[in-house]
Design a protein around this ligand. Structure first.
Ligand SMILES: [Zn+2]
Length: 345
């Protein structure tokens, strides 16, 4: 049976390992962590071979029930399972009802593929404390492998009230089962939720960033001195003018607009910028290409732009989660949080 072993809890933040995962029960997954975001079973823009070259890919892949249902007859005929079908035989799968990026039709819940799976209990109740607590207590009584915290992402995304609600809900849940939150993927919001006892997140944020022609450039390296930080972000001060624009976006609640964690490679100023997306980044894109090249690919509508940005954005995002676990280990999460929040505005 899937089980979460906590290694350490610091101010509500949980560092641990989910054990007994997979068919043989021999897989593990570190938390806090994220799932690999996919579209109809595959990482957006990437072939399996390309995905293998991304460092730190999560052990668990997120599928949506609707995509599984669409392939249901083919899968039944194929007989070797969805993992082999999409070319990811070793991956663990988390099947969600909805794709966080695009809404999908309902009514597919009779799928036989899911019968042997661990069931994740969904905690509902909107913004009503009483209802949330009732949902948490009742779900905790049932034989579920973990919990999905649903509906904490509706506009406006993360408010103080909602964070308080989140703390109260997680306090009702057993410690040894993982808590996954859906719809929250932005770095600053991820940290807020980890402090309230959340273990797992979706990774649709790097995909959204890719789709708008942007690259994640935020820093999460607390070891760098301020000067180096500035150098690494390279031009973040020029981005300050966007902050006002971003604030406006935040108040209108539109999460698909650019954030201060990224740069837009479509901008003309990158036309002759021969730096990598992020200095010191170990990803394939940063090791081989420049911002100028990505700019060129974007303005000429080359599909390779999406591929290279996806490689970088996934790797950058997965490394961010790695840095969260490291910070928890080393008791430096407060510094990391400060560093991230300094980049929000
Ligand atoms: Zn990179």
């Amino acid at each position: 049976v899937m089980k979460l072993s906590l290694i350490k809890v610091v101010n509500g933040c949980r560092l641990g390992k989910i054990q007994n995962l997979g068919k043989a029960g021999d897989c593990t997954m570190d938390v806090p962590g994220c799932l690999l975001y996919t579209r109809t079973g595959s990482a957006p823009h990437l072939t399996q071979h390309t995905l293998h070259n991304v460092h730190g890919v999560p052990a668990m892949t997120q599928l949506t029930l609707s995509s599984l249902a669409q392939h249901h007859e083919v899968l039944a005929e194929y007989k070797k399972g969805v993992g082999n079908f999409i070319g990811m035989p070793e991956s663990l799968f988390y099947c969600s009802l909805h794709d966080p990026v695009s809404p999908c039709p309902t009514g597919y819940v009779t799928n036989k593929v899911l019968q042997k799976s661990v069931i994740i209990g969904v905690i509902e109740g909107g913004d009503v404390m009483e209802e949330r607590l009732r949902s948490a207590r009742e779900t905790a009584k049932r034989p579920v492998g973990g919990f999905l915290l649903d509906g904490f992402h509706a506009n406006p995304a993360v408010t103080e009230t909602r964070l308080r609600l989140l703390s109260s809900v997680t306090a009702e849940l057993p410690e040894d089962k993982p808590r996954l939150i859906c719809g929250i993927s932005r770095p600053d919001e991820v940290l807020e939720c980890i402090e309230r006892g959340v273990d797992l997140f979706e990774s649709f944020f790097p995909y959204q960033v890719t789709e708008r022609g942007c690259a994640l450039t935020f820093t999460f390296d607390c070891q760098l001195n301020p000067e180096e930080t500035l150098l690494q972000q390279n031009g973040i001060q020029e981005e300050v003018k966007y902050v006002d624009q971003i604030k406006k976006i935040k108040t209108t609640g539109c999460s698909e607009e650019m954030t201060s964690f990224e740069i837009s490679l479509k901008e003309k100023k990158y036309q002759e910028d021969f730096n990598p997306l992020v200095r010191g980044c170990s990803c394939y894109c940063c090791k081989n290409h420049t911002r100028a090249y990505i700019h060129h690919l974007l303005v000429t509508n080359e599909l390779l732009a999406g591929v290279l940005l996806m490689i970088h954005n996934f790797e950058h995002y997965f490394k961010f989660f790695c840095s969260i676990r490291e910070a928890l280990k080393n008791d430096t999460l407060a510094q990391l949080k400060e560093l991230i929040h300094r980049q929000v505005s």
